[in-house]
Structure formats: structure tokens, C-alpha cells
Design a protein. Structure first.
Length: 368
């Protein structure tokens, strides 16, 4: 069983390895993370090796269509290397066994990661009936078996119990802490892990296909903290046939859909063309503010923008002053400036953006 270092999200089918020194490109070529100390040892050794390229300021989102077999940590390392970016992070762990949307934030986009993490997620997944496994996916050890198989009518009749706000017990192999220890570490050591149920919200759960008696295909749209693996486990128990996840693809994360995803092979090809002077890396980026689709925008004057940029509050006045309160993202001359709070007639900056460097091309400022 593999274990994730990330603990911010828990909606993947299983966990990731805590260390991953060697990563691979889409064609199987071994790559190394720029943070790998083996790379640092080889820099400037006079042996003819190429020097490490300087990192640069890159700001925006890359929604990688992550291939099966790659961890989220590895994916971030590859994208960071391709863009030579100074900073990178992702908005929601996606397990090596899963494919689909992995939003990767570069530069100032990392300041908007929480807004994507808190958004809805949509999955298409396959449940294999007849076996429950200790990890609730194909990597685990079989712990229960059954010869019974559910029909479509029985499955559909069960789905309302898993729709809406429900109590869900996380899998034993999860990143939840138990007395200071990760549950997956305790489970790997053979300890019995008793995790408490917690509320999650499942907005939609649909049976979309049943290709044979052993497999059913579902689509689910859910909120933060939902374990798809737990859905398969719990449905199997209630149907009396047991079950586990055998395939998973993420098709939506917050504002990012399948239309925004770019396969790794395509991204590598674009970066290679840009390096040779054909095309631009900016064409692969979505603007930083894409993550803020659900937040109202507020345009300010250049004078007010200067105050906000210095971290000073701005008095909202005049007939055009907003009467609402709460979080807004602030623009000046159509360019993202800050995240701010409106309250007591003032606009108070919370996060100021410095978008000097490579940003999304103007053609990508409008969503398809």
C-alpha cells in the first residue's frame, strides 16, 4: 500500500508514497525532481553536465490530465520543471491509481489554492463487486468475499442513502491523525484503526453503466472530505456483496472541468516547442483568477490600487460603492490585484498578488 504526504484532501481512492525520488515522463523516461539532492551533487562539478537552469516567476494554473501510475507529488515536480517555476503546488491529491484533473498552481496562483480545494469534485469510478479490501481499492488485501452480485434495480434503490449530507467513516488507510499518528501508518503496522464517522456532502450519485455482474460504473459529485473508496465499501456492505474501487477518474475540481485538462504528453510537447522558439508556455496556463470564479470581482482606480498594494484599506464611497460584505477579488485595469474583505464601508486587502513574470496568454483570459 502506498501512502500520501499530502493531507489537505482525502477524496482519492488510496494513498501516495511519502518519498518519490524518481519520476517519469509520459514516454517512460526517468526524471528527477529538482529538489532531489542527487541533482544538487551533480551541479557545477566540471564533468560536462549542464548547469541547473534558473527558476523564474510563472503565475497561473495548469490543469494536468494526470496519467495512471503517477503520484500528485511527482506530477507537480514535472510541471514545475517544465516551466522552470519558482513555486508550485496542487489543489487536491489524486491517487496514482486514478487519472484526470489535477489542478497545479504556479507562482501567485498558490495563494488561491484553498478556493479550489473547497470546491465540488466530480468522479467517474468503477466498483468491483464480490471483494472488500483493506485499502478499499485494488492495491489492498482481500478481507471479505461474497458470491452475491447486485442488480441495477437494487443499486439504484440504495443510492438515496448516499446522497445529501451523510455520515461517512474514512478508510483505514487515510491521512487522518489518530493520537498524533497517521491512520495509514498505524494500519501498515498492523494496528486496528477505529476512525470516527464524520459528515460529508454528496450532491449527486448515479449508476451510469453495469457492463457485467461483477462491475458497476458510477458518477459522483461531492464536497470536500468525501472518500470515494468509502462509498464503494459501504455500498458493498449494504448490498451484501462487498466491493472496492477498481478504476477512478476525476472530471471536475472546483471551477476546472475536463475541457481545461491537458495531457502530460501534450504539455511536454508544448514546452519543447516553446524552448525552441515555437509558441509560448503562456498558452498552457489558465489565469490565476480562474480559481476565483465563485467570488465577486471589484474594479478599483489606480490610486486605490496603490493603497491596496501597500496593504492599506480603502474607503468605499460614492454611488457605485458596493453594499455587500465579504470576500471579493480586486482588479485594476482588468488585472488581478488582491483578495480583499468588504466590511464597515472599507475594502481591506488580505492577499496581494504580484503578477510580474510569465502569465496566461490573453487568449486564455476568457474561458471556453
Amino acid at each position: 500500500m502506498t501512502i500520501p504526504p499530502e493531507t489537505g484532501t482525502v477524496d482519492a481512492p488510496s494513498a501516495e508514497p511519502t518519498t518519490a525520488k524518481t519520476i517519469h515522463s509520459a514516454d517512460g523516461r526517468p526524471l528527477r525532481d529538482n529538489n532531489d539532492p542527487r541533482n544538487k551533487q551533480r551541479q557545477g562539478n566540471g564533468q560536462g553536465n549542464q548547469p541547473r537552469r534558473d527558476r523564474r516567476d510563472v503565475h497561473g494554473w495548469v490543469v494536468l490530465d494526470k496519467p495512471i501510475g503517477m503520484t500528485s507529488t511527482q506530477a507537480v515536480a514535472v510541471v514545475k520543471r517544465l516551466f522552470q517555476a519558482k513555486r508550485a503546488g496542487h489543489a487536491g491529491t489524486l491517487d496514482p491509481l486514478a487519472s484526470g484533473g489535477l489542478p497545479i498552481a504556479l507562482g501567485e496562483a498558490t495563494k488561491t489554492v484553498p478556493f479550489v480545494m473547497d470546491g465540488r469534485k466530480r468522479y467517474r469510478f468503477t466498483v468491483t463487486w464480490g471483494e472488500e479490501r483493506d485499502t478499499d481499492d485494488t492495491e489492498g488485501r482481500v478481507v471479505e468475499t461474497s458470491d452475491s452480485r447486485p442488480d441495477a434495480a437494487a443499486i439504484r434503490a440504495l443510492l438515496p442513502q448516499f446522497t445529501g449530507r451523510i455520515e461517512q467513516t474514512p478508510p483505514r488507510y487515510s491521512a487522518i491523525k489518530v493520537q498524533g499518528e497517521r491512520a495509514y501508518d498505524l494500519a501498515r503496522d498492523g494496528e486496528v484503526v477505529e476512525l470516527q464517522p464524520r459528515p460529508v456532502e454528496i450532491h449527486e450519485l448515479t449508476l451510469v453503466d453495469q457492463p457485467d455482474p461483477d462491475h458497476s460504473v458510477f458518477e459522483a459529485e461531492c464536497g470536500k472530505g468525501t472518500y470515494v473508496r468509502a462509498l464503494a465499501r459501504d455500498m458493498g456492505r449494504l448490498l451484501g456483496c462487498y466491493g472496492h474501487i477498481s478504476a477512478l477518474r476525476r472530471t471536475l475540481v472546483g471551477p476546472f472541468t475536463e475541457n481545461d485538462m491537458i495531457p502530460l504528453e501534450q504539455l511536454e510537447a508544448l514546452c519543447n516547442r516553446a524552448a525552441s522558439g515555437e509558441g509560448s508556455l503562456a498558452d498552457a496556463l489558465l489565469p490565476v483568477e480562474t480559481a476565483l470564479d465563485d467570488i465577486p470581482a471589484l474594479a478599483v482606480t489606480r490610486a486605490d490600487a496603490a493603497r491596496l498594494h501597500r496593504g492599506q484599506a480603502v474607503l468605499l464611497r460614492g454611488r457605485d460603492a458596493p453594499h455587500s460584505s465579504g470576500t471579493v477579488y480586486v482588479t485594476v485595469a482588468g488585472r488581478l490585484l488582491a483578495l480583499a474583505e468588504i466590511g464597515n464601508g472599507e475594502l481591506i486587502p488580505k492577499r496581494v498578488f504580484n503578477l510580474t513574470g510569465l502569465t496566461a496568454s490573453s487568449g486564455r483570459n476568457e474561458r471556453d
